[in-house]
Design a protein around this ligand. Structure first.
Ligand code: SAM
Length: 410
């Protein structure tokens, strides 16, 4: 297959999906199939993702210039919209005309965010060294490796020297026998976790403020935790009354664990929670949940808890580019309630779609070995600053997220 045929194949695939069920094609949550995603919930996932990303960059001491950002493979703008408060300007690029049309309808920052349709690996609609930051998530994994390499060349061209590129990709299939894909309980002894968190330096927050927590989870059981698509294990939190006796909010933040956490292993997860809307004293409680089965606490596993005060006088802290902050609990993108315009958006988006029947297809999955990814950038003088485990490609793949700093000169 030539590169042109490959690109046409991608474009036709995504255009079909965009016309059938665009939000589900982007985030394939089984409960949202059939145009069941609500726009407010969908865009909230983007705000949480970008909050966590910004928090990670701070914790890892990776500074980002806040000028121009590119969201490559932007879909309907879930991440472009969430990037807007952090950058002066954001460009979203997508191969599907319908995605771009919907992104325009959902654009709440028309003065900052612009959307473009492109199927060009070289991204010729942008000039050399235009961007400080390029982010792409759940896009490259569906593109043939030889075409991905073409896009990397394009990204390097449009990235400023010293600019930051962040992307995820599967590396290779996981060598693991996966037997349990039922939504049933695990063996009783598997529900044992140790959850640890750092200190809260100043536990005073504004109502409805979004906060990112750094959570270390040890699998303290004799069984490996292997993600089941039907009922994954996640880190999650509740809000309790100040005396800890009353459950006020059962379901708040959720964050995925890696696809596999072996017995005895520890992993680091970032969980974004949202403070209660009324002022007062509260306790947060972080636990693991085996979705649709049980909270680990119900099976005897200890949770982590702490106190916060919610005061209207505690204004949410603005997004910050400070590098190297190591506070455990760090406010991220400010208030979390959906923008008012988002409430009427479902009608606007879904009525813009054709009434086509049919089932969306899964996108194909491709991997590039981690060593080849690193070699591509390092052989051109760039620095691979950080590599995190990534599980967007599902548990059958070992995947990574790469943080690449473009060379100052090349
Ligand atoms: C799974 S969706 C992810 C959308 C968005 N990144 C998000 O996380 O909300 C993949 C998106 O990438 C777009 N895409 C795939 N290949 C592309 C390419 N070669 N150039 C631009 N966009 C592409 C698709 O049209 C689709 O909107």
């Amino acid at each position: 297959m030539t590169a042109d045929q490959g690109i046409r194949e991608i474009r036709d695939h995504w255009e079909r999906q965009a016309r059938l069920d665009p939000l589900w094609a982007i985030l394939s949550d089984p409960t949202k199939k059939g145009r069941k995603w609500r726009a407010a919930d969908f865009f909230e996932t983007g705000r949480r993702e970008i909050s966590v990303l910004m928090f990670r960059l701070r914790v890892k001491g990776i500074p980002v210039a806040r000028g121009q950002a590119l969201d490559f493979g932007c879909g309907i703008g879930r991440l472009s919209q969430a990037l807007a408060p952090h950058f002066d300007r954001v460009a979203g690029v997508d191969i599907s005309e319908t995605m771009i049309k919907l992104a325009g309808l959902a654009n709440q920052y028309p003065e900052k965010v612009r959307y473009f349709r492109s199927e060009d690996e070289n991204l010729a609609l942008f000039g050399d060294a235009e961007f400080d930051f390029i982010y792409t998530n759940i896009v490259l994994q569906h593109i043939r490796p030889e075409i991905v390499r073409g896009y990397w060349v394009g990204f390097r061209r449009i990235l400023k020297p010293g600019g930051l590129l962040i992307f995820q990709l599967p590396s290779h299939p996981r060598e693991l026998k996966i037997t349990d894909d039922e939504a049933g309980p695990m063996a009783p002894e598997a529900y044992a976790a140790r959850i640890s968190m750092g200190e809260i330096p100043a536990p005073l927050f504004a109502p409805s403020e979004r906060i990112t927590l750094e959570v270390r989870v040890r699998n303290a059981s004799p069984r490996d935790w292997v993600r089941s698509e039907a009922s994954p294990i996640r880190v999650a939190n509740h809000w309790l009354s100040g005396d800890g006796r009353t459950m006020l909010v059962q379901d708040d933040g959720r964050a995925d664990l890696p696809a596999v956490v072996k017995a005895g292993e520890e992993c680091l997860v970032f969980l974004t929670i949202t403070t209660p809307p009324e002022h007062g004293n509260y306790r947060w409680e972080v636990d693991l949940v085996h979705e649709m089965v049980a909270w680990f606490k119900e099976r005897g596993s200890p949770t982590a808890q702490g106190e916060v005060q919610i005061r209207t006088s505690a204004t949410p802290k603005p997004p910050s580019s400070t590098a190297g902050a190591t506070d455990f609990l760090s406010p991220s993108a400010g208030p979390s309630s959906p923008e008012p315009e988002e409430r009427g958006l479902d009608e606007k988006l879904y009525s813009a779609l054709p009434r086509e029947a049919g089932n969306p297809e899964d996108a194909p999955m491709f991997g590039i070995p981690r060593a080849d990814v690193v070699d591509f950038f390092e052989s051109r003088g760039d620095s691979v600053l950080q590599i995190d485990e990534d599980s967007h490609a599902g548990r059958e793949w070992v995947g990574f997220r790469y943080y690449v700093r473009r060379a100052q000169e090349s």
